[in-house]
Write a protein that binds this ligand. Sequence first.
Ligand code: NI
Length: 156
Amino acid sequence: MGLRKILTDENPALHKVCKPVTSFDSKLHKLLDDMGQTLDDAEGVGLAAPQVGILRRVVVVDTGEEILELVNPVLVRTDGQQEGPEGCLSVPGRYGLVKRPNYAVVRAQDRFGQWFEVEGEELIARCFCHELDHLDGKLYTEVMERFLTDEELDRM
Ligand code: NI
């Protein structure tokens, strides 16, 4: 199995700016495979490479239909706004109230270096923004309005 350990927010790796990927080689493919498995195992929506201790610009997102692999992703367009609960596999057991765009378009490379664009709405747009922030060493706890209480979460 290629499960990787998910680091939590006190780890310095989660607070650093990640470097771009320049080699689309078997090492990258293994990282993407492992991150996909780790995300699936943790039942999360998205996972960024620094969460498994790799300071490279790599993200995986589970859209519900497939695991999207985003290498060197950049946000190219956003629209609208949503406000809602947001969590992170690196901040276990807690949720915060976070404002995000309701629609987002990301431009990224695939595991072979080919550029493509992908769009997302609602949860997926939120996830794109959250995961891309990870690549700049930023956690949702730095952009949230506040943590949510258990009672508030039950009502959402
Ligand atoms: Ni996260």
